[in-house]
Design a protein around this ligand. Structure first.
Ligand SMILES: [Zn+2]
Length: 59
């Protein structure tokens, strides 16, 4: 059984620009991150910087 949350199976993790886990070649703007997080099959939120929590306040 694969009971992992859907976002953990996504191939892309969204980070805040200041996240220590973010790779420098994959930084997104807030708008790009929001668009990716809108589809959990495309991208998930980093457990460290939690971009989904912050970006939701920008809507
Ligand atoms: Zn992160």
């Amino acid at each position: 059984m694969d009971d992992a949350p859907l976002w953990q199976r996504a191939e892309f993790l969204v980070h805040r620009p200041d996240c220590a886990q973010a790779s420098s070649d994959r930084l997104l703007t807030d708008r790009e991150a929001l668009e990716m997080l809108a589809d959990p099959e495309v991208a998930g939120s980093c457990d460290v910087c939690r971009p989904d929590t912050i970006l939701r306040q920008l809507r």
